[in-house]
Design a protein around this ligand. Structure first.
Ligand code: SER
Length: 326
């Protein structure tokens, strides 16, 4: 029986990334700025991220760089957000394996050796593949991805669950859908069009989308993404039957519906569709997720639907634009 312990000092890897940057700030609010150590590899952190608490450059593929920060700050919990996403993963499969698998292995080993309280490792809809049922995709189903990113995410889920059962390490993870946000741009994913379209709607009033209009994928707005991550991290361990592989749904829309939703608020917006190599990846992923395991085991419930997200995104980006920050 694995005993739940209290999270005290947190390390976030990938803290300069799309999710990590907002997650770190929220964790600092909740657990105290000094107790949440942000790390990145190369990209400069925003002023807010840097000035609001500790920040270090590390490389998750070089274990000693992680270990140094872990020891210095007596870290007991890791949110391991550093990863190579699907599109870059297809351009550089070897790099994707190295970062996503060897990086993950170092984090898990460090956590096991130091008897850490908890490790949070995100997974993705990329674990699914063309043979998976596409609509309302169940939590337990065929996992035969065709991307290197997906391969590392399936292997990662299995490895994380292995550490739970074999070593009693409290590892938790969720399968994020495409994440939409307005603070930090995503880097190298297939679902990036769902973010870029809002930026271009504000900046240029037009956007050329790299998937077909009828491409329907599961998506989630950043506030729900942060909430799902922290809710799972704080969930009562005794209630969890799954550990590293929770489906989390929020909304599901086609690229055409996304453009229509924007047009309601920006009537002059024009979107054209010119599918490229990323279409094939999108076609291999589900259109919507059955997230009943997350709802039952830790009370998951999203707050944003497509129009609520569109209103919020456009408002936030219009403000940034007015202030010359876009
Ligand atoms: N958003 C990711 C990607 O497109 C999926 O997890 O690669």
């Amino acid at each position: 029986m694995v005993k739940a312990k209290k999270m005290k000092r947190i390390l976030v890897t990938g803290a300069v990334g799309q999710i990590g940057s907002e997650l770190t700030l929220e964790l600092r609010k909740r657990y105290g700025a000094e107790n949440v150590v942000a790390t990145g590899r190369k990209t400069k952190p925003s002023d807010e991220l840097k000035s609001s608490g500790p920040f270090y450059f590390i490389d998750v593929t070089r274990r000693e760089t992680v270990e140094e920060v872990v020891n210095k700050h007596q870290i007991d919990t890791i949110y391991h957000m550093a990863a190579i996403l699907s599109v870059v993963g297809e351009e550089k499969p070897q790099l994707c394996w190295n970062v996503n698998m060897n990086g993950l292995y170092s984090i898990l080993e460090l956590a096991r050796e130091l008897d850490m309280t908890r490790v949070i490792i995100p997974s993705s809809i990329a674990v699914f593949g063309p043979e998976t049922p596409r609509d309302n995709t169940p939590n337990e189903t065929i996992l035969k991805p065709r991307t290197m990113y997906g391969v590392t995410k399936v292997a990662g889920e299995l490895l994380c669950d292995y550490y739970f059962h074999r070593f009693g390490l409290d590892v938790r993870g969720l399968r994020y859908p495409g994440i939409v946000s307005h603070e930090t741009l995503p880097g190298g994913g297939t679902t990036d069009y769902a973010v870029a379209i809002y930026y271009e709607a504000i900046k240029a009033k037009r956007y050329t989308c790299f998937v077909r209009a009828d491409t329907r994928l599961p998506m989630m707005y950043m506030p729900d993404c942060i909430k799902s991550t922290i809710d799972l991290a704080e969930a009562d361990l005794s209630q969890l039957k799954h550990h590293s592989d929770f489906n989390v749904g929020a909304m599901s829309f086609s690229a055409g519906e996304l453009a229509e939703s924007i047009k309601k608020y920006v009537p002059e917006f024009e979107c054209t569709f010119e599918p490229d190599h990323r279409q094939k990846i999108a076609d291999s992923w589900p259109s919507s997720l059955d997230d009943s395991a997350a709802r039952e085991e830790w009370g998951w419930k999203p707050a944003y639907d497509l129009d609520a997200m569109t209103r919020d995104m456009l408002e936030a980006l219009a403000k940034k634009h007015r202030e010359g920050r876009l």
